[in-house]
Design a protein around this ligand. Sequence first.
Ligand SMILES: [Zn+2]
Length: 255
Amino acid sequence: MIRRRFVQSALSLAAPPPSKTHIVSLSFDDGFKKSFYKIAEIHESLGLRACLNVIAIGHTAQFDIGRLSSGGANTNVPLGGFDDWNKLKRRGHEVMAHTYDHARLIELPLAQAKELIDKCTAYFERNLEGFKTGESIYSFAYNASNAELDEYALSKYLGIRTRGGAVNPLPPRRRAGCVSFGPGNCDAFVAAEIDKFLASAGGWFVFNAHGLDEEGWGPMSSAFLTSLLTRLSKLPHVELLPVGAVLQREAKLKL
Ligand SMILES: [Zn+2]
C-alpha cells in the first residue's frame, strides 16, 4: 500500500495532467535585451514561464553580431548579458544555452564543434545561477545539427532543441524538433501552425521564435504573442511550458 501511494504521488507530480493532450513551447532565441524583458513580462501577465535561450558570449565585444542577421533581419539592437539572464531566471523564467558564439557547428570539424559545446557549457556553469547541465537544454544555432552533434550534446545535457517537425510525439523525447520562420514577421506562420496543431490529436508543438516586433530574425509582434498566449491559456486541453520544463518533468517520471 505504501509503495502504491508513493507511485501515485510521484506520478501526480510528474505526469502531464491527463486532460492536457497538446503541449505548446514557444522557444525564444538569441537574447535581444529589450525583447527578452518584454517576452518575460507578457508571460508573467498570464502566470506563465518564458522559454529563453541565450548565447554565452552574445553580450561581449568579441561576439560577431553578423551571425544573427541572415536574410536582412534587424539585429542592430543590444543583446542582454548574464546580469539580465540571472534576473529573469530569478523571476521564474527558463534560461537555457543557445551556443557559445552562434557558430554553425555542422560546418566545423567535429572536434572543434564539440569543443564549442564544451565552452558553452563551462560558460553557463560559471555565469548562470543554478545552471545544471544535466537538467538543461542545448539549442543549436540555426537548428543545425547532425547525429554526432546530437549524440554529443545529449551526453551532457538533459535535452536538445534542433531541426525537425513542429510537432513532437508524446511522451516527449530528449531531442525536441522545432520549426522556425523568417526573416520577416512570423505571426501568420505561427497562427497557421498552431491552428493545424490544435486540430490534431495532440503532441508537443515547439516553435523557435527570436525577438519581438522589430528585433531579430523572424520577429513576432508583441500584440500577437499576447493574444496567442491568452487564447491558448484558456483552452483546457492545452499546456504552455518551456522546453526544459517539459523534459525535466519527463525525467522525474522515469526515476
Ligand atoms: Zn540563434
